[in-house]
Design a protein around this ligand. Sequence first.
Ligand code: ADP
Length: 421
Amino acid sequence: MLLGVIADDMTGATDVALMLNRAGMRTVQLIGVPQPGAAMPAADAVVVALKSRTTPVAEALADSLTACDALLAAGARQILFKYCSTFDSTPAGNIGPVADALMERLGTDFAIVCPAFPANGRSIYQGYLFVGAVPLHESSMKDHPLTPMRDSSLVRLMGAQAKGEVGLVDYATVLAGSEAVRARFAALRGQGARYAVTDALTNDDLMTLGRAVADHKLLTGGSGIAMGLPQNFRQAGLLPEREAPARLAAPAGRAGILSGSCSAATRGQIRAALETGYPALKIDPLALAEGRQTAAALADWALSQPADGPFLLYSSDDPAEVAAVQDRLGRERAGSLVEEAFAEIARRLVQGGVTRLLVAGGETSGAVALGLGLRSLEIGPEIDPGVPWTRVAAGPDMVVALKSGNFGAPDFFVKAWGLLS
Ligand code: ADP
């Protein structure tokens, strides 16, 4: 392994894994804290998906350090601590404390802070983070329920969370090239700074920064910064030229779609699948609660459909229906009934010969991944931005695509199969 990544949430992990995969690094995503001593997959990059963004600081530290140790033991030469491109955190962390702890564990005293992701409108200028045309604290992130962002200065934000001084590598320096950036790092270090916020407005800037951090043990930032890292390994002769995979070889078997996402994008994708004529059955949370529908019967229905095309099992509904169900059952009970049903259905489907599974919904994907015991996913071709097919590397022999609710084009459920062989 060349690069180890510790991501503070699941979709962020997929995001950075895709970025690395696209740049020609064979990448595996591990779900959850690696078991101490467990074998690491053979890959150029391993991304550990934690749930450490909003957990108590002590838990985030423990999980991040366990992940770091596992990655180092497997030979990682560089560690990227990946957080959100909107620096989602509170004054207590967890970005600063986790970065401090990783710095100590890696025996280094300096790291960059670079959440820039220009392709998604996240840019940094004079150390201020912008979301599209507005500074972070004027974006919708100011009202986030868990991590409201009320300042846009990354120097101040990181300074409040982390130990030591935070300096700035300004845009003029980045434009001057990676040598100039390295010289600025040295100057900041000489002044006692432990962190450097790096300006970046374009992908070219991320490539410049990538070159400048080739010898850093620890990097902190968004998935954008990962774009500039594969070139270093390639230049050092450690990474062969590799194209991102266009297709994924899937084991022979049946195909199915499980959708618990009620997001607008997913509902549109369901309409397209219904119009295409996929056999489909709707899961009704009230029927689950009353035992009129059971996971066993729903899985049996799916497995009795023609085997030459995908089936669709979905609980997705429009907001009024969801609200009515939540009124009857309570929001949490409705959610967990459906999630538990999907987890059990997925287990039965795999036992029944399903080897190709699309899952829609963040929470739904989490429940299915847990139900199936998916611990390790090899990243394959991108179906739509942010959603790859993945081959399960530890768990049942199958391919899965885990789609968060609002991702994907309307024809997602229909076109995804064309990337499998
Ligand atoms: P998304 O990524 O679109 O937010 P999630 O899977 O994360 O999708 O969240 C959807 C939540 O809604 C899950 O907890 C799921 O169990 C629940 N849910 C799904 N269908 C229904 C329904 N018909 N009524 C009430 N809750 C539902």
